[in-house]
Design a protein around this ligand. Structure first.
Ligand code: FES
Length: 114
């Protein structure tokens, strides 16, 4: 989908632990965390506003979408160890997942963020 400016508008699929799903159109350049908070997606808090100091934006990224984002950095890795829900191989901090023109993104929200 394209917006008024002719740029693409990826969709982000947020799946809750109970299987319910919200689908948000988010502009390129916005993070998966910011799109969630802006639209009131439950379970994504984003307490620090994206400065890698809270881990309340923890999500599980679809395995086949891992390669489209930069790998987990050192700071992100340390913060994931502090997440309220145990991390998995697919864990990411959604403030570090910045949307690009690569298509839709699918994340699952963990049981707890705090
Ligand atoms: S919003 Fe705080 S680490 Fe992502």
């Amino acid at each position: 989908m394209t917006n008024d400016r002719g740029t693409t508008m990826p969709k982000v699929f947020y799946t809750q632990p109970d299987g319910t799903q919200r689908i948000i159109d988010a502009p390129e350049g916005e993070s998966v965390m910011r799109a969630a908070v802006r639209n009131g997606v439950s379970g994504i808090v984003g307490q620090c506003g994206g400065s890698l100091s809270c881990a309340t934006c923890h999500v599980f990224l679809a395995e086949d979408e891992a390669d489209r984002f930069p790998p987990v950095g050192e700071e992100e890795d340390e913060m994931l160890d502090c997440a309220a829900t145990d991390r998995l191989d697919t864990s990411r901090l959604s403030c570090q997942l910045v949307l690009d023109g690569g298509g839709d993104v699918h994340v699952t929200v963990p049981e707890a963020q705090l």
